[in-house]
Ligand binder design. Structure first.
Ligand code: NAP
Length: 268
């Protein structure tokens, strides 16, 4: 039988936090033949076994799995607490730490402080989720920053998972990511949350534009409030975008008021 020597060996990937996004990623990792273990606060063993993942509720067995990659998938707000609970001193040998948090400067800083000095750090943000990526990842962007990479081979094998799925690979610094994400992702989620507060619902005479708003609202509220508030609390560029949104609403209101005053004056 011909050997398939060009095929890289599967990676051992350990996931910290097997929430909705980790489960979504894991399905594709398993499909590509990688060996997955997971550790989580909550018992996700049923979902894990359905996905083909070995799941643990303590770090002992998780660390004993000697993972090539440890993937941090916890909520933005819990990262600091989660990192405090990981027994980093028990990890034998250099490991590639990767995070997928939707903000980047915050995990970059905390992970550089926490992980062993001989371990590498890749900060990533797949810019899609269970909804936008449900029909595959082709053309969808993943942002990454090779913060501290000495084992280039391991890093490119991990990034290769996304490349194999046809993702658009976007390399940028964590700071650049946060600046741009505050303008795009945080703004999108904020408008979606505002529409949800307004309780907008489909009508019998929806325009295409209104249907887009309904879809935005529905997609936004599928993500946890922890995720959304993390985009604000741990992205230093988000506050100015919220301010800009408030000012823009005021400016639009003022233009409408002026038009109304002028029109009423002309017609009086
Ligand atoms: P999430 O609400 O942001 O995070 C849920 C995960 O965080 C779960 O695994 C949960 O653990 C864990 N967690 C929350 N509080 C914790 C605590 N106090 N201690 C320990 N663990 C805690 O939902 P998500 O959608 O799964 O997102 C996970 C990460 O991926 C986030 O950092 C998010 O920014 C990022 N991300 C999400 C998407 C997306 O589309 N959803 C896309 C790109 C990146 P349990 O399972 O034990 O409850």
């Amino acid at each position: 039988m011909a050997s398939n020597s060009s095929q890289p060996s599967p990676l051992k990937i350990g996931i910290v936090g097997l929430g909705p996004f980790a489960q979504f990623l894991a399905a594709t990792f398993v499909k590509q033949g990688h060996a997955l273990t997971a550790v989580s606060r909550t018992d996700h063993s049923l979902i894990a076994s359905r996905l083909g993942i070995l799941s643990f509720n303590s770090y002992d067995q998780f660390i004993d799995a000697h993972n090539d990659v440890i993937l941090i998938c916890t909520s933005i707000l819990s990262l600091s607490e989660v990192l405090k609970s990981i027994p980093f001193d028990r990890i034998k040998g250099p490991t590639l730490f990767v995070d997928v948090l939707s903000v980047k400067e915050h995990p970059q800083k905390l992970l550089l402080q926490a992980i062993p000095v001989d371990s590498d750090l890749l900060c990533t943000h797949p810019m899609f989720g269970p909804e936008s990526g449900k029909d595959g990842w082709r053309g969808l962007p993943i942002v990454y920053d090779k913060v501290r990479i000495r084992n280039e081979d391991l890093c490119s094998r991990f990034l290769g998972i996304f490349q194999n799925e046809g993702c658009r690979m976007v390399e940028m610094t964590c700071e650049e990511h946060d600046r741009e994400a505050a303008r795009s992702q945080f703004l999108t989620h904020t408008v979606g949350r505002i529409l949800s507060e307004m309780e907008i619902e489909s009508t019998s005479m929806d325009t295409k534009g209104f249907q887009t708003l309904i879809q935005l609202k529905d997609n936004t509220v599928k993500d946890s409030f922890d995720l959304y508030s993390g985009l604000y609390v741990h992205n230093r560029f988000a506050k100015q975008e919220l301010k800009a949104l408030e000012l823009a609403l005021e400016a639009v209101k003022q233009k409408l008021q002026e038009k109304m005053d002028n029109t009423l004056e002309e017609n009086s």
